[in-house]
Design a protein around this ligand. Structure first.
Ligand code: GH3
Ligand code: MG
Ligand code: MG
Length: 347
């Protein structure tokens, strides 16, 4: 059995570049390589081989020593310098005559193997088996690294995601809030905070049970998320409280946007407890603007606005520093009913 008729002994075919200016020698080696089931590209000199490797990195380069434009040793050195740290190109030198002095120079230059011409086909096949083992080890390491990276990315995301609603949690909020103060102060960016709280949610739980409460919480979170702008962030702030961070919006814009969100939650039509004032689950929202103060003060102002929204009857949006006649300008909420007189601010 010769090298060409042997079955492929490698688990995965290799991608190989054969570089040789002597077309007979190059074609013979390429023929053997292809016969063993590997993919093979042929280059007439070092420059061409380098370009091929740059276009698509090869697992193995089998290169003649003496070639025009760029010889094999230079090619080998370039490959070693330019390959990324996670990649190792298995480099095999081909050379005629007494190869001993070049063997040492070639290995110092970064080569892994050395074959003398005329090429012995059985030796070439054996050298490619060695290459396969090395490449397999590299591929396994690479796959392991990718899996580890994915795992750590997944863990990173999971640690910042609320497991119930799948929106960002307080840890993520803390990280996202950190740069905002500086950005607002230094570059004049505007941010509004909109604190949303489900109205009379305790009554919902008491009536339908905690599991139904969980489901309703998820639907409300999804509805809020779906109706924010793409650059806005939404976080689970507390039990049934969500915080939306709205970049580059005036308080008036934020108020209009969050009133649409409030309406969308109401439109879900999640039947509320008979003990609640409204027929359907609703949210109240408090909005504040990050204008020079600290993030903590900013969130406290949103909380005060939310408290006012609760006091004024729930299912409504209130902003900080509300002008005295603002209540008259806001459309009465569709399902607020008699809350203004009966609702309590029991958050
Ligand atoms: P208000 O309109 O004043 O906000 O009234 P409320 O009943 O919503 O407010 P309160 O703070 O009295 O109660 C909040 C309720 O939210 C009580 C708590 O059981 C419920 N809750 C908080 N987190 C969760 C959760 O993860 N799942 C469920 N099902 N309920 C939750
Ligand atoms: Mg509530
Ligand atoms: Mg609450």
């Amino acid at each position: 059995m010769n090298a060409l008729t042997m079955s492929v002994s490698t688990p995965e075919p290799l991608t190989i570049i054969v570089a040789d200016d002597d077309s007979d020698s190059r074609e013979l080696v390429a023929h053997v390589v292809r016969g063993l089931g590997h993919s093979c590209r042929e280059a007439c000199d070092g420059v061409e081989a380098r370009a091929m490797h740059r276009a698509q990195a090869a697992d193995v380069i089998i290169s003649d020593w003496n070639m025009p434009k760029m010889d094999g040793l230079e090619l080998c050195r370039e490959i070693r310098e330019s390959d990324p740290p996670y990649w190792h190109t298995h480099f095999i030198f081909l050379t005629g005559g007494d190869g001993r002095p070049r063997l040492v120079e070639g290995l110092h230059g970064g080569a892994d193997e050395y074959i003398t011409k005329p090429v012995d086909l059985a030796e070439l096949e054996a050298r490619l088996e060695v290459a396969s083992r090395v490449v397999e080890a590299r591929r396994a390491l690479e796959a392991n690294n990718i899996a580890l990276r994915l795992d750590s990315e997944r863990e990173h995301i999971a640690a910042r995601t609320d497991p119930l609603t799948a929106i960002s949690n307080r840890r993520r909020l803390k990280e996202d809030l950190e740069p905002l103060e500086g950005r607002a102060a230094r570059y004049g960016h505007r941010y509004c905070a909109a604190l949303c709280d489900i109205d009379e949610f305790k009554a919902y739980n008491d009536c339908f049970g905690h599991l139904s409460g969980d489901k309703a919480l998820c639907r409300v979170a999804r509805a809020i998320q779906d109706h924010l702008r793409s650059g806005d962030g939404l976080y689970r702030y507390g039990g049934e409280e969500f915080l939306a961070i709205l970049p580059e919006q005036s308080v008036a814009d934020a108020r209009a946007g969050m009133d649409r969100v409030r309406h969308e939650v109401e439109k879900l039509g999640i039947a509320h407890s008979p003990a609640a004032h409204a027929s359907f689950l609703t949210i109240s929202v408090g909005i504040s603007n990050l204008n020079g103060g600290t993030v903590d003060e900013w969130l406290k102002r949103a909380d005060s606005a939310l408290y006012r929204a609760k006091s004024l009857g729930r299912n409504r949006v209130e902003t900080e520093e509300r002008p005295p006649d603002a209540a008259k300008r806001q459309e009465p909420p569709t399902s607020a009913g008699p809350w203004s007189s009966r609702g309590s601010a029991g958050r």
